[in-house]
Design a protein around this ligand. Structure first.
Ligand code: UD1
Ligand code: CA
Length: 456
């Protein structure tokens, strides 16, 4: 049996933030959520999380995880003190305890699985994840005898100059045989530089404790300050982008592109420079996104192009062309083979197949049929200052340039609206609507010049 404990009670002083450190976002997910994700290959029988600083916020942020047991550490007296809080909730527990720091967000699920496997097959009292770092500053140093048997861990601030030369560091990821750990936890002392109870001191008492080096040392990066947070983001991005390139996606300029790891891309998608793909976004095969585009929480069909545009919370069917400079937001649904052109904003609007909104328009709360042509500068006046109202436009209808459709309004199919019309009443099928003042021409009329005026 395996239980998991995540240490997330600290404030994270070095972040210089009011937000608890483990709630800081990293690529659309909080640090602690990323730690939870890294458990994907393990089926723990219990998951405990130690909370303290602003535990109300941490509990609220983790409310979508019903299996988590929250354990309160009211005073944060160190990582050892944090794990001491488990003595009571795990009093009857028999098995292994996997302990993870809540600020180590880049661990791969496979790494934890194999650490646990080694721990169980070797029947160690504890097995800890270590790494050989080019720059080990800030981490606890791990001292071993020849066979990777750990003798002690010394925190960076407690190291002598000679001990600091050791580049093997503690990742903050441990498997413990709970029966052994629970026996030694009460013996911890706080005689160190920080006057804290260190979980790492248990390794000098337990026997045997084995160190296992992680293959890719970027995985164990701990986040203590904003610089490490930015560094973790760039590692995560490199990982995500490398995976998509391997899967058949072209990234023209990976360095200027960001892709959340919640995004799905199909082969032969081309992502142009300065493009950002976020949230629950799917882009289907053959589509070309960018340059200069942001797609968030949206589904983009096959062979779509999106040029210098922003698409959020929307769905676009195949073969549609968007941009440059279009903005789709708030549950827009665009049909197959449409064209959304320059300086067009669509909000909560559904466009039937082969409909064009090619220039300078705003459509809000609008539903169109198929093969509609929305003329340049057409605006739906959907807001009366209090409420939003819908506009319906039937199949094959053409709105003239600069028409205003004052909602609520229904315009039938096969209608032509004359340029410059302000349409305020419903329009039946199959007609021409002209809703503007008729042009007046006055022959021979001209402004009299001053010289022609009679003297005063
Ligand atoms: C810790 C390790 C260090 C290791 C490093 C890896 C100890 C003593 N040191 O150092 O050897 O190299 O992680 O990243 O364990 N926490 C609590 N309650 C507390 C104190 C901390 O829950 O009273 C939590 C924090 O919220 C954090 C985690 O424990 O998520 C680690 O604490 P932190 O202060 O960041 O430890 P480090 O100094 O990084
Ligand atoms: Ca840390």
């Amino acid at each position: 049996m395996v239980a998991v404990a995540i240490l997330a009670a600290g404030r994270g002083t070095r972040m210089k933030s009011h937000l608890p450190k483990v709630l800081h976002p990293l690529g659309g997910r909080s640090l602690v959520e990323r730690v939870l994700q890294s458990l994907a290959e393990i089926q723990p029988s219990r998951q405990l999380i130690i909370v303290g600083y602003r535990s109300d916020l941490v509990q609220e942020a983790l409310s979508p995880y019903p299996d988590l047991e929250f354990v309160e550490q009211t005073e944060q007296l160190g990582t050892g003190h944090a794990v001491q809080q488990l003595l009571s909730p795990l009093v009857d527990f028999e098995g292994d305890l996997l302990v993870l720091n809540g600020d180590v967000p880049l661990l791969r699920p496979q790494t934890l699985k194999s650490l646990l496997h080694t721990h169980q097959t070797k029947q160690n009292a504890a097995t800890i994840l270590t790494a050989q770092l080019p720059d080990p500053k800030g981490y606890g140093r791990v001292f071993c005898d020849g066979q990777n048997i750990v003798t002690q861990i010394v925190e960076d601030r407690d190291c002598t100059a000679a001990q600091k030369q050791n580049r093997r560091i503690n990742a903050g990821v441990y498997c413990f045989r709970w029966a052994d750990l629970s026996r030694v936890l009460p013996q911890l002392q706080s005689n160190n530089d920080q006057q804290e109870y260190y979980l790492t001191d248990t390794v000098s008492i337990l026997e045997p404790v084995m160190a296992v080096d992680v293959e890719d040392h970027q995985e164990i990066l701990g986040i203590n300050d904003r610089k490490q947070l930015a560094n973790a983001y760039s590692i995560l991005q490199t990982r995500v982008k490398d995976d998509w390139m391997k899967a058949g996606v072209t990234l023209i300029d990976p360095d200027s592109t960001t892709i959340d790891d919640t995004v799905q891309l199909q082969p032969d998608v081309i992502v142009e420079p300065q493009t950002h793909l976020r949230g629950k976004t799917l882009i289907q095969a053959g589509s070309r996104i960018g340059p200069g585009s942001l797609i968030e929480n949206s589904q983009i069909g096959e062979n779509v192009t999106v040029l210098y545009s922003v698409v959020t919370d929307s769905t676009v069917a195949a073969n549609t062309r968007i941009g440059p400079y279009a903005h789709l937001r708030g549950q827009v649904q665009v049909g197959d083979g449409c064209r959304i052109g320059n300086f067009v904003e669509l909000k909560k609007t559904t466009l039937g197949d082969r409909t064009n909104v090619a220039h300078l328009s705003y459509l809000g709360d609008t539903t169109t049929g198929e093969r509609v042509n929305v003329g340049a500068g057409t605006i739906t006046a959907n807001y009366d200052g209090v409420n939003k109202h819908p506009t319906q436009i039937g199949d094959r209808t053409k709105t003239g340039s600069n028409s205003v459709l004052v909602a609520p309004i229904t315009v039938g199919a096969d209608v032509n609206i004359a340029a410059g019309s302000t349409v305020t009443e419903d329009v039946p099928n199959d007609c021409l609507v002209i809703a503007r003042a008729r042009q007046v021409v006055k022959p021979g009329w001209r402004l009299k010049s001053r010289s022609e005026e009679p003297p005063q």
